[in-house]
Design a protein around this ligand. Structure first.
Ligand code: HEC
Ligand code: HEC
Length: 105
């Protein structure tokens, strides 16, 4: 028959094991499409390039650039003055499952 103590010890061991799994999983760096990211999905823009004022704040722009393009305020082609569609549009679009944009090359 299990004593109360062995039960406590074994449940502590299970909790410690779960914690280890969570820590290890958290450390696993998965590449995401983000600026200054790592890996094949990292977004890249030329070094030292300033972002236009209409990008500010950039968090707003990230979630609303599609609406602004849809309104016709900016043409997609204008974005490519600074952005390379392969390395700073479509790596994110492919990641989130949105139709890719033309590269205008
Ligand atoms: C004058 C150069 C320039 C133009 C034109 C430009 N961008 Fe950008 N864009 C940048 C820079 C630089 C950044 C980096 C963010 C920052 O530093 O604020 C950026 C960031 C972004 C980001 C955020 C990336 C991220 O995940 O952080 C998106 C999305 C984006 N641009 C989309 C567009 C779209 C869509 C257009 C066209 C309507 C466009 N950009 C036109 C220079 C430009
Ligand atoms: C960090 C991620 C990210 C980056 C970088 C990014 N987009 Fe997007 N874009 C999205 C998401 C997410 C959507 C879809 C939003 C939705 O469906 O509501 C989207 C939608 C769009 C749409 C509408 C497409 C459709 O089929 O409805 C256009 C046009 C667009 N983006 C252009 C661009 C251009 C041009 C660039 C590069 C200059 C760019 N995006 C960079 C995340 C991104």
């Amino acid at each position: 028959m299990k004593t109360r103590l062995t039960r406590i010890v074994s449940s502590l061991a299970i909790m410690a094991a779960l914690l280890m799994v969570m820590v290890v999983a958290g450390c696993d760096r998965v590449s995401k499409p983000e600026l200054k990211g790592e890996g094949p999905l990292a977004l890249t823009l030329p070094e030292g390039m300033l972002s236009p004022e209409y990008h500010q704040p950039v968090e707003y722009w990230k979630t609303h650039h599609m609406d602004i393009i849809a309104h016709g305020d900016y043409e997609k082609q204008e974005c490519m003055l600074c952005h390379d569609a392969n390395t700073s549009c479509n790596n994110c679009h492919e990641y989130v499952g949105v139709a890719t944009v033309e590269t205008y090359e």
